[in-house]
Design a protein. Structure first.
Length: 365
């Protein structure tokens, strides 16, 4: 991975539509299509603000009502004023915050290196509850109908009560789980570092089906028109129906960490071969590709016909979604691995360079 405004995505007839306020969890909504209902930034104007909070900006921020939430290697979760770039509060925990948080009903949920899933009050920045797993939590939680879903490096996938933090069920599928879950039609979908993609019943945790790839799965799935899209370290982008039937795969020249975005019958994703790809979502045929000078770990975001993503070459790019032509780019000066969040015509993203101690969070338009 909220308020009813988030859950409305499940009843849309098409994932090409952009429900409002899709910004309070990783990949924007429960289906992880990463399509934002925001005016596009057709040309770069200026940096609205830039802050250095002295922690690597590897993971992605979320935004809700002009509030940014993101975690860092300094064992903290931050709430930041999205208009001014000022820190509102900082919640200190006992280990690095590795997962992108999810926000709903005045609570924000996130995971830590020492295996804790923590819920805190968004207004006060105070802890409500915590749940201990047996391994690091990189998987970003998804919240639906009062249940928090996430995976852990202890080899289990969990469903917790969002109010109390008590376990509802857990399932031992996936090995080390980095991938963040998507939900659709009462089923939760995610990949494991065992190279298998899983579909579990969201109410019981029972396995509905699985699909074997030839590499570990870090990429988080996107779901559109009853097809699930996800990448693997075997270099393939896969399309599998929500019933578990193989549709197609597309081979790139490098491992895929990037999570796909889907809009207007097109799937967009990056590869470690330094290329952003656009494929026809129905048959997997190449529509266009765009080459950068660095690996693409960042997952693309879409707003009104423009695809935004970062590269390890230190730039964030804006690309025409139909043609693949560059519209503009901005030099952050350090690798951009985080996925951009878009709100009210402003793009938020992080850059980091551990060797040079450059760790910035940007707001640009």
């Amino acid at each position: 991975m909220r308020k009813v405004l988030l859950f409305v995505v499940l009843i849309l007839s098409s994932c090409n539509r952009s429900p409002k306020n899709l910004t309070s969890m990783f990949r924007g909504n429960l289906q992880h299509t990463r399509v934002y209902n925001s005016k596009p930034i057709k040309e770069f104007h200026n940096v609205v603000w830039k802050i250095n909070i002295n922690v690597p900006m590897i993971f992605s921020p979320i935004i809700s009502k002009w509030n940014l939430y993101l975690g860092g290697y300094d064992n903290s979760l931050y709430k930041i004023d999205a208009r001014k770039g000022k820190i509102k509060w900082k919640f200190k925990t006992d280990s690095p915050v590795l997962s992108t948080p999810a926000e709903t009903d005045n609570k924000v949920y996130f995971g830590t290196l020492w295996g804790k899933l923590i819920a805190i009050d968004t207004h006060k920045g105070e802890e409500i509850w915590r749940f201990k797993t047996g391994g690091a939590i990189f998987s970003s939680p998804a919240v639906y109908k009062g249940i928090v879903y996430f995976g852990s490096y202890d080899g289990h996938f969990y469903a917790l009560d969002a109010k109390s933090g008590k376990e509802i069920w857990n399932a031992a599928y996936g090995g080390l789980i980095f991938s963040s879950p998507a939900l659709y039609g009462g089923v939760v979908y995610y990949g494991g570092r065992d190279g298998v993609f899983y579909a579990l019943d969201a109410n019981t945790g029972k396995l509905k089906w699985s699909y074997q790839t030839h590499g570990q799965i870090y990429s988080s799935p996107a779901i559109c028109d009853s097809i699930v899209y996800f990448g693997s370290l075997d270099g393939n982008l896969y399309a599998v129906t929500t019933n578990g039937k193989f549709k197609w795969s597309f081979k790139t020249e490098g491992p895929i960490f990037s999570s796909p975005a889907v809009s207007n019958n097109t799937v967009y994703f990056g590869s470690s071969d330094s290329t952003l790809y656009a494929l026809n979502s129905k048959d997997g045929k190449l529509v266009w590709k765009f080459k950068t000078q660095g690996k693409i770990i960042s997952s693309p975001s879409i707003a009104d016909g423009i695809v935004y993503f970062g590269s390890n070459d230190g730039y964030i790019y804006a690309i025409d979604s139909k043609t693949g032509n560059e519209i503009w780019k901005f030099k952050a000066g350090a690798p951009v691995t985080s996925s951009p969040a878009i709100y009210k015509g402003i793009i938020y993203f992080g850059s980091h360079d551990v060797t040079k101690n450059i760790h910035h969070l940007y707001a640009v338009k």
